[in-house]
Design a protein around this ligand. Structure first.
Ligand SMILES: Cc1cc2nc3c(=O)[nH]c(=O)nc-3n(C[C@H](O)[C@H](O)[C@H](O)COP(=O)(O)OP(=O)(O)OC[C@H]3O[C@@H](n4cnc5c(N)ncnc54)[C@H](O)[C@@H]3O)c2cc1C
Length: 386
């Protein structure tokens, strides 16, 4: 039986959670990894993440000494889910289920996840300020080209470059972003009274809004923190300038007033620099994750709505699955390994995407978002949105 080649030259494009985990596992396996990132340094902005149990299990499966402990130390387990309506009346409260010996689902800041991964990476592989613009491949290898005019040549290129993936646009030219219908704000704020003790609060969608809050645990000075997300139903503006301008505005006061006063006060108390905003998109399931020597992982492969809190987990699982196919002793050539990755992951991520969309539509806005010219985006339009 042939074995997966060792010491491959591998480019990972994108240093988010998916690309970082993949890079550090591949490094440990003895591959020559180059991690290309468009930003000058790691992009640790963002807010809280509910990393569900299978995401924590994926990190455990990576079997990097100390990594799981670092991850667990950076967050804390979700204890309770509480659903309320917009008057603040309780709909349901249920403890988070966890069997003895199970790893927890974690409430954790995105920065804590990236920092934990970064601490275990040999940083010599990191190349910041390198924005991939194109790639092409032959039987012998793959070439990546960057905006600074430089090129990289190697054996395998992995697109971990997120929802607006350039690698994926060339691998699957039919890839389309679908607008899910909301302008979304997320923030982190000091809070020691409203959402504490591992609570996760959901304010059921109504009157054109939806909101959630969760306890992020103490900051560096021991003060409690709460993550919040606020979704407002809106048509997607047709022009880029308006879209960008609206993302720079805070949550409109009239929309915030639809929440109960205690919940609205938590959002209103957040410093503007601790808020991030985006328009909500997912992508249609892709027919393939692999083309020859090029593979996709994470949001590049399957960006999905946040309704199931599966996005980051799915990318971590991809990284572990792909690395397992490239491990010393795994059977088959590189191309066979990549096909094995695709066969394993495609049905799983399609299920996640389907379920996330179903839940998003069931609990989401009552009329479908505009599927016209502003709602569905060709690769060219997507690039202009960057
Ligand atoms: C509102 C919201 C809430 C969410 N909540 C959750 C949650 O609770 N739980 C959960 O599991 N998931 C959640 N997600 C999803 C989760 O954040 C993503 O799935 C995850 O962060 C994707 O990681 P990634 O590494 O695949 O991509 P990213 O984190 O997007 O990383 C991609 C990287 O690629 C770089 N890049 C892009 N283009 C290029 C290029 N051309 N060349 C070089 N580098 C490039 C970018 O700079 C970036 O650093 C949420 C998402 C949203 C929008």
């Amino acid at each position: 039986m042939s074995h997966a080649p060792s010491g491959l030259r591998i480019a990972v494009v994108g240093a988010g959670s998916s690309g970082l985990l993949l890079s550090l596992i591949l490094q440990r396996q003895g591959h020559r990894v180059s991690l290309f990132e468009r930003s000058g340094q790691l992009r640790t902005e963002g807010c809280g993440i509910l990393l569900v149990k299978s995401g924590v299990e994926a990190v455990a499966a990576a079997a990097i000494p100390g990594l799981l402990d670092d991850l667990l130390a950076g967050g804390h387990s979700v204890q309770r889910f509480v659903f309320r309506n917009l008057r603040g009346d309780l709909i349901e409260a249920s403890p988070a289920e966890r069997d003895d010996g199970d790893l927890p689902s974690l409430l954790i800041h995105r920065r804590a996840i990236l920092d934990a991964l970064w601490r275990h990476l040999d940083p010599a592989c990191f190349q910041g300020d390198r924005s991939l613009v194109s790639w092409n491949q032959s039987d012998d290898g793959v070439v990546a080209r960057f905006a600074d005019g430089q090129e990289w040549t190697g054996d395998l290129l992995v697109g971990a470059d997120g929802i607006f993936s350039r690698v994926a646009a060339l691998l699957a030219p039919g890839r389309r972003l679908q607008y899910l219908g909301d302008r979304v704000w997320r923030g982190v704020v000091t809070d020691e009274t409203f959402c504490t003790n591992g609570d996760f609060f959901v304010y059921a969608r109504g009157r054109g809004i939806y909101a959630n809050f969760f306890d992020l645990g103490p900051d560096g000075e021991g003060r409690g923190r709460t993550h919040w997300g606020f979704f407002q139903e809106e048509e997607l503006p047709g022009d880029r300038e308006t879209r960008q301008r609206l993302l720079e505005e805070g949550v409109p006061a009239a929309a915030l007033a639809k929440l109960p006063a205690d919940a609205a006060a938590v959002i209103a108390a957040t410093a503007p620099e601790a808020v991030v905003a985006n328009w909500s998109f997912d992508i249609d399931p892709l027919p393939t994750l692999v083309k020859g020597r090029v593979a996709l992982i994470g949001d590049a492969a399957h960006a999905m709505s946040s309704s199931q809190a599966r996005g980051m987990t799915a990318g971590l699982e991809d990284a572990v699955a792909l690395a397992a196919r490239l491990a010393p002793g795994a059977s088959g050539s590189l191309l066979v390994a990549l096909q094995g990755y695709q066969e394993e992951r495609l049905p799983v991520v399609h299920r996640y995407q389907e379920r996330s969309r179903q839940v998003s539509h069931r609990t989401g806005r009552k009329r479908p978002p505009n599927r016209g010219s502003a709602g569905v985006h060709s690769p060219e339009q997507q690039r202009k949105m960057l």
